[in-house]
Design a protein around this ligand. Sequence first.
Ligand code: HEM
Length: 161
Amino acid sequence: MLMIVLRFAHVFFGALWVGMMVMGTFFVGPAVEEVGPDGGKFMAALQRRRIMTIMPLFALITLVSGMWLFGRLAGGNMSALLATPMGLAFALGGAAALIAFVIGIAVMRPAMIRAQQLAQSGAPGTGPEIQRLRARGNLLGRLVGVLLLFALAGMAVARYL
Ligand code: HEM
């Protein structure tokens, strides 16, 4: 039963995390950047739906359940699991997801939130700073997106390597 709960949580929230991130990074972000100052209204509406809280929560569930599953798969012998192509693929994919999470939380999220706060303050002369923060957030977002796609690819094929 625990295995079913763990796998459900892992695959379900992992799919949502990657899907939301890829959508946001490769489609929504560049579109908002292209629109310019008006994009701020859209970002504010998105933020009111707590996207910056929901996504890290999905990510955390995926990471914790993934590490738990990895521990159970290893059954106390981590080096033996890592010596198999399957174990290595789960580990490398997992590491990519972990790095993506750290970049997302430590660098990307603060830049996006700061840009939002500046846009809402309506203070004059903050336009270039907002654009700079958004461009930075989008660039980091692309890196996070690529890392998550790598993790997804590893997870997808690991069992058959
Ligand atoms: C982007 C984030 C992630 C996504 C989308 C994801 C997705 C998946 C999917 C779809 C599976 C099912 C594969 C199969 O049964 O053939 C899986 C299994 C697994 N994942 Fe992840 N995963 C992610 C992150 C992680 C992390 C951070 C770890 C930690 C090491 C991890 C460890 C595992 C393990 C060990 C399994 C096998 C579970 C079992 O024994 O049935 N995953 N993952």
